[in-house]
Every structure is written in C-alpha cells, then in structure tokens.
Design a protein around this ligand. Structure first.
Ligand SMILES: Nc1ncnc2c1ncn2[C@@H]1O[C@H](COP(=O)(O)OP(=O)(O)OP(=O)(O)O)[C@@H](O)[C@H]1O
Ligand SMILES: O=c1ccn([C@@H]2O[C@H](COP(=O)(O)O)[C@@H](O)[C@H]2O)c(=O)[nH]1
Ligand SMILES: [Mg+2]
Length: 239
C-alpha cells in the first residue's frame, strides 16, 4: 500500500534549499517566445492524428535508475522513451538560443522553465508514430505538471516512481561516468533538495489520484524490472 514519501534530510540543507527553490523568474522573453509558438494552446491540446496516447511519467530522484529501467520498458513493451533531461542536453549541444540558459540551470540543479521543456516534449510526441510514451524525469514540480496538462491537454495514464535511498542515488551518480555537468557532489546536493521540495509533491499528487506505482529501486537492474513488468503487463498494451 502506498505511503507518502518521506524526506531526504541527511542530504538536504534547509537553509540552502530556500534560496535554490526561490529561483529568479525567467525572462518574459522566454515565456512569450514559447507560449506564442504552442500550436494547440487555444484548443487546449496536442494533435495526435486521432490517436489516443498512452502516457507514462517516470519519476524518481537523481540516479534512481529511471533511464536504465526505461530502456528495458522500451525493449519489452515498445514505448517511445522521452527523457526530459536528454532533450534539454540535446538543446545545449545544438547551441540553440536557450542552450546557455539550460546549461546554467542544469549545472545549478534547478528546473528549466516549463514552456521550454514541454515544447521539446511536445515536438517529440507530435512527430512520433508511436502513441505509447515514457516521459522520463518530468514533471519535476507542480508547476511543470499543471503546465503539461494545460499545453498537451492530457494526463498520464500511469506514473512510475523509483524509490531509492539518497545514499544509493549519490553513489550511483558519482560512479556514472558519462561526463554530465551535474554529476558532482555540489550539484547532486542541490538536485536532492529540489527533488525533495518540488518533485515529491508531484509524486504524492499522483499517489492520491491512484495513478502511482512505487517501485523499490534497490537491487539489481533485473530485480527492479521484475517489479516494473507487471505494471505494464496489466495494461495489456498492444505493440
Ligand atoms: N539497479 C541498479 N544498481 C546499481 N546501479 C544502477 C542500477 N540501475 C542503474 N544503475 C546505474 O546508476 C547510474 C544512474 O542510473 P540512471 O542513469 O538510469 O538513473 P536516472 O534515474 O536516469 O538518473 P538521472 O535522474 O540523473 O538521469 C547509472 O550509471 C546506471 O548504470
Ligand atoms: O523536466 C526536466 C528535466 C530535467 N531538468 C534539468 O535537467 C537536469 C537533469 O535531468 P535528468 O532527468 O536527471 O537527466 C535536472 O537536474 C534539471 O536541472 C529540468 O529542468 N526539467
Ligand atoms: Mg536519467
């Protein structure tokens, strides 16, 4: 049975977190630029060419194993994997207009403005032939969640939450060795603070809606997937 998710106090400094979470407002220019480009905003939704999408949000702290398990879900159940973090890193690599803002935000462990991230997710969803989406690492906060519902006009069918002790997440991130700018102790502490203060309320929101599937993220990758498999098998998704 689901219980509300408790805190990561050992890694979260209460004095520091408020300054991180009270992030400066993003410029109006960015907001306007992205909101005016959203094609279906007035209609309150995204066009899926008459297909009803099946949306899974994949949540969990930094290094909890979301990406690793998403690969297995894709192989077994044929989803389209959309990692919000990967989409943002691609934006940085493409040297787009917002690349440096995104880079600085990720280095600080803060959250990129909803309109930027949702625009990237929306583009991938609209151009995909697949209607089953695994949206990994999003929504990061209540504001992300509400903006997604308004802009995309859809709610997730299910939400996976990889529940992992902070010590294990820190260990995994520091051993990841993929050259990520946020895989260092300073940024990890900030990411854990943001996770606790902003992401856990989203997890609890979906728990209360009865959509949350909490997975114990300790054990081997295969042991964890043994908990994930029945969630999707029960949905009887046709490939
Ligand atoms: N069950 C596991 N046991 C040990 N290590 C694991 C396990 N699952 C994943 N890892 C490793 O931990 C690291 C983090 O995993 P992964 O990138 O999947 O996490 P994530 O939740 O996507 O993290 P982030 O939010 O930072 O993107 C990777 O190096 C991965 O190989
Ligand atoms: O919806 C999102 C997803 C990610 N970010 C930023 O990217 C980093 C890395 O994300 P991962 O999911 O761990 O790959 C995250 O710490 C945020 O800074 C975001 O802002 N919004
Ligand atoms: Mg990841």
């Amino acid at each position: 049975m689901w219980r509300r998710v408790s805190s990561l106090t050992q890694f979260v400094s209460p004095t520091k977190s408020s300054s991180i979470l009270n992030q400066p407002a993003y410029t109006l220019k960015i907001w306007e630029s992205f909101t005016t480009q959203l094609p279906n905003l007035e209609k309150g939704g995204i066009s899926f060419k008459d297909r009803i999408p099946f949306i899974t949000f994949v949540l969990g702290g930094p290094g909890s194993g979301k990406g690793t398990q998403c690969e297995k879900i894709v192989e077994t159940f044929g989803f389209k994997h959309l990692s919000a973090g990967d989409l943002l890193r691609q934006e940085i690599a493409s040297e787009s207009e917002y690349g440096s803002m995104i880079l600085n935000t990720i280095k600080d462990g803060r959250i990129v403005p909803s309109e930027v991230t949702i625009k990237l997710i929306q583009k991938e969803m609209e151009s995909s032939d697949n209607k089953k989406f695994l949206i990994d690492g999003f929504p990061r906060c209540e504001e992300n969640r509400v903006a997604f519902e308004q802009i995309i006009g859809a709610e997730p069918n299910i939400v996976l939450f990889f529940d992992c002790p902070a010590e294990e997440m820190v260990k995994r991130v520091l051993n990841r060795n993929q050259g990520r700018v946020d895989d260092n102790m300073d940024t990890i502490k900030k990411r854990l603070e943001v996770f606790e203060e902003l992401n856990l309320p989203v997890v609890n929101y979906y728990a209360e809606k009865g959509k949350l599937h909490k997975i114990c993220a300790l054990g081997t990758e295969d042991e964890i997937f043994e908990q994930v498999w029945p969630v999707f098998a029960a949905c009887k998704l046709i490939q």
